[in-house]
Every structure is written in structure tokens, then in C-alpha cells.
Design a protein around this ligand. Structure first.
Ligand code: FAD
Length: 396
């Protein structure tokens, strides 16, 4: 280990900044391909300050955008491979219901994408939905489509599995080491709180901290960082909305005219508590995520209380547990997977907009390909940084 300020002698093929799920998968793919890879994380691992912590995430092919549905087929295979390598369960199939007004264009687009990708599922009317899932009280005119392949990813376990896989392939993971400066060049120099490292290519996957690292490199992406309240609701009859009762995950579009989706996962991680969350939050700097919020700054929780009381009558309509997480949103909700516009050996993965976990195996593969200068496995047009108008940024 080099002392602070002392240059580290060896030259890495790639340095990846940020050991959330995206950076960890990128580093894993690079190490699997024999590249000397250093993964740097500012906090001691495991930590709960970013976006990848917690026990559960939804995995689904049900997307209105065909480009995500297309990537999901490979993502499921890569999750399965990681499961086999780790020898531990990372995914539990529960199915998922997409719920929405039958006439809603986004709902209809989701149905089309599922059909186009031959994802097994079923259409429901409000009546057939209530017959099949008596715990749901559908809105008038609501329809549903199911995605049978969907389920729960065990997030904390998955993050540990991919980091262990990276290390098994010879990767070097250093946590508790914050990147404080990046000097671009044919060889990129990275200064951390503990030392100085050099690499031929750099990948920045810093989650809600992305712009803090990109701004000194002359790039400011239009990212909004949001504090998300992760809410768990008590079942009136324990297990009624549980995985063992075959209750599915759900994604409710335009429920109660709410501007953002509401989603839920069957009870499993905390016995007797179902996770139901609002797909948006309050603007917050990641350093200040855990400041106590004013009650007035919690409109999302009020929306959820109303939804739970009307729609899921078997739950107590006030949250029993509220945890915190961060979203890093782009204006269109699509990710940024691209090279830096000036420094082509710096690759950026950012703006995962609250839906990036399930796709991390493919995101990591794409960022690995970009950093190796290879043709990417998927069309990257939806993910280019130049799709946004230039943002004001500090001069180089
Ligand atoms: C409540 C919630 C629910 C979600 N539900 C789903 C879901 O159901 N399905 C789904 O697919 N996705 C979901 N997501 C989204 C998904 O979890 C995120 O898209 C994903 O975790 C983003 O990962 P990341 O690696 O980009 O960010 P992060 O996990 O935040 O990782 C970035 C890392 O970079 C590190 N870092 C930053 N700056 C530096 C520095 N200077 N030096 C060193 N390290 C640094 C940070 O400490 C952090 O560990 C959800 C997210 C939240 C918050």
C-alpha cells in the first residue's frame, strides 16, 4: 500500500470508482476477462449510504421501453450464473403485476413489450384481478398484466456475491478509500484519501456522487439526487401478502392520479411487513440524506397511506418501518452509459433512476466493453450523455 501522497508503482488496466452494484459488476466483468482491475469505495463495506443496500429489489422484464426488456433476457442469465458461482440464492421468482388504467398508453406499451419478448404472463380485468388476488381492491377501469419471470433479488447478498466473485478473479477491492482527484491523460492518475494510483482506463460509477467527480472533469450531467423513503406496512393477518401466500410484486401506474408509480414486494424480509414505496422522493444531497425531514417534506408518505388504505385493505395504512435510500435520476429516466466526451479512456455509468439494480449484470458488461474499446453488445443510443442539452459546468 502506498502512503498518502506517494505514487503507487503499478499500472492498473482499469480503476473503477464506486463499489455499488454497477461498479462492482463492471469490475467483476473486467477481472473475469483478465484485466488488472482496482475497485475503490469511499466507505467501509458493507454500507447503506448509496443506492445498492437493503435486502430486496424487484427484477422484471415488464418495461414499456423495449431496450430494457431486450437487455433483461441476458440479465437473468447473468444473475443465474452469479448465483451458481456464489452457491447462494440471489433471486426468488414471485411474478409481478403491472397495474394501470387499461387505456393508459404506458400500460399498453408494457403489454406490447411483454408480448414482443414472449414473456409468459396473463391479462386481468379489475374483476378477474380481484378474484385471483383478494388482497387487492382494484380501481374502476383498472387492468393488469402479469410478468411470470419477475421476482425479488436479494440485494445485499447479491452485492456481496459479485464483490466476492471479483476478488476470486484476482480483482483488488479497497474500501474506506475516497477518490479525491482524477487527472486525465493517456494514463489516468487517481488520488484517494490513502494513495495515488494509475490506470489505462477509468470507470466512474459513483451513484448519487457522480457529478461531484465529473464536475472537475468539465462535465455536469443533469442528475437529480433524491432521498427515498423505503416504507414497510404491517399485515393485519401475518403472511396474507407474503411470498408463501404467492402474493406477487406489483408496479401500479397512475394509482390515485399519483404522478409517479407505486411499487410493492410481498412480505419476506421483515416477517409480517410488506414493502410498498413511491417511485420518487425529495431532492437531497447524498451527504445530507439522513437529516431529519419535516413532516411537510413527506408528501410521498401521504400518497402511500392513501393508496394502501384504498388498495391494499389487509395492510395497516401507516408505515411500520421507514428506511432511506437514494435515487439518481436523469430527466428521461434512462441511464447514462458512455465515454467522457473529451477523455475517451474515462467511462461513465450514472443516472440509474431508481431501476438499475436488475440490469446491473448487463450494465457492468457494457461499461467493461466501453472501457476495453470494444463494440458494445447493445445499442447505446438511449444512454448517450449528449442526448441532454449542455449543462453549465466548471471550465477545465
Ligand atoms: C429504495 C430503492 C428501491 C429500488 N428498487 C429497485 C428495484 O426494485 N429494482 C431495480 O432494478 N432497481 C431498484 N433501485 C435502483 C437500484 O438500487 C440503483 O439503480 C442501483 O443500486 C444504483 O447503483 P450504483 O452502483 O449506481 O449506485 P450506488 O449503490 O450509490 O454506488 C455508488 C458507490 O460509489 C461510491 N462512491 C461515490 N463517490 C466516491 C468516491 N469519491 N470515491 C470512492 N467511492 C465513491 C459510493 O460510496 C457508493 O458506494 C432502487 C433504489 C432505491 C434507492
Amino acid at each position: 500500500m502506498a502512503a498518502a501522497g506517494e505514487p503507487h508503482s503499478s499500472l492498473h488496466d482499469t480503476i473503477v470508482v464506486g463499489a455499488g452494484i454497477q461498479g462492482s459488476f463492471t469490475a467483476y466483468h473486467l477481472a473475469k476477462r483478465g484485466r488488472a482491475t482496482l475497485l475503490l469505495e469511499q466507505f467501509p463495506l458493507p454500507h447503506s449510504r448509496g443506492s445498492s443496500h437493503g435486502q430486496s429489489r424487484i427484477i422484471r422484464s415488464a418495461y414499456p421501453q423495449p431496450h430494457y426488456a431486450q437487455m433483461m433476457a441476458e440479465s437473468y442469465r447473468l444473475w443465474e450464473r452469479l448465483e451458481a458461482e456464489a452457491g447462494t440464492q440471489l433471486y426468488r421468482q414471485t411474478g409481478l403485476l403491472v397495474l394501470g388504467p387499461g387505456t393508459d398508453p404506458e400500460f399498453q406499451q408494457c403489454c406490447r413489450t411483454l408480448a414482443q419478448h414472449r414473456v409468459p404472463g396473463q391479462l386481468f380485468t379489475a374483476e378477474s384481478l380481484q378474484r385471483r388476488f383478494p388482497g387487492i381492491r382494484p380501481y374502476c377501469g383498472e387492468a393488469a398484466v402479469s410478468d411470470h419471470t419477475a421476482g425479488i433479488l436479494y440485494a445485499d447478498r447479491a452485492l456481496r456475491a459479485v464483490q466476492d466473485g471479483f476478488r476470486r478473479c484476482g480483482g483488488d477491492l479497497r474500501d474506506g478509500e475516497k477518490v479525491t482527484d482524477i487527472t486525465p491523460g493517456v494514463v489516468v492518475t487517481v488520488t484517494t484519501s490513502r494513495g495515488v494510483y494509475r490506470a489505462k482506463t477509468l470507470v466512474i460509477t459513483a451513484g448519487p456522487w457522480a457529478n461531484k467527480l465529473l464536475a472537475p472533469l468539465g462535465l455536469r450531467l443533469p442528475l437529480q439526487t433524491l432521498r427515498i423513503n423505503v416504507c414497510y406496512w404491517k399485515e393485519k393477518v401475518p403472511g396474507a401478502y407474503g411470498v408463501s401466500a404467492h402474493f406477487p410484486c406489483f408496479l401500479a401506474m397512475r394509482a390515485n392520479q399519483a404522478p409517479h408509480h407505486i411499487y410493492g414486494l410481498p412480505s419476506s424480509e421483515y416477517p409480517g411487513l410488506m414493502k410498498v414505496c413511491y417511485h420518487s422522493g425529495t431532492l437531497a444531497d447524498p451527504e445530507e440524506r439522513d437529516r431529519p425531514a419535516e413532516a411537510a417534506a413527506l408528501p410521498d408518505i401521504q400518497i402511500l397511506c392513501d393508496f394502501v388504505s384504498e388498495y391494499l385493505p389487509g395492510l395497516v395504512p401507516e408505515p411500520a418501518v421507514v428506511e432511506r435510500c437514494m435515487y439518481t435520476n436523469t430527466p428521461d429516466g434512462d441511464f447514462v452509459l458512455d465515454r467522457h466526451p473529451t477523455f475517451s479512456n474515462i467511462v461513465i455509468g450514472a443516472g440509474f433512476s431508481g431501476h438499475g439494480f436488475k440490469l446491473a449484470p448487463v450494465v457492468g458488461k457494457l461499461l467493461c466493453e466501453l472501457s476495453l474499446g470494444e463494440a458494445p453488445s447493445y445499442a447505446l443510443e438511449p444512454f448517450r450523455s449528449c442526448r441532454f442539452p449542455a449543462q453549465p459546468h466548471s471550465a477545465l
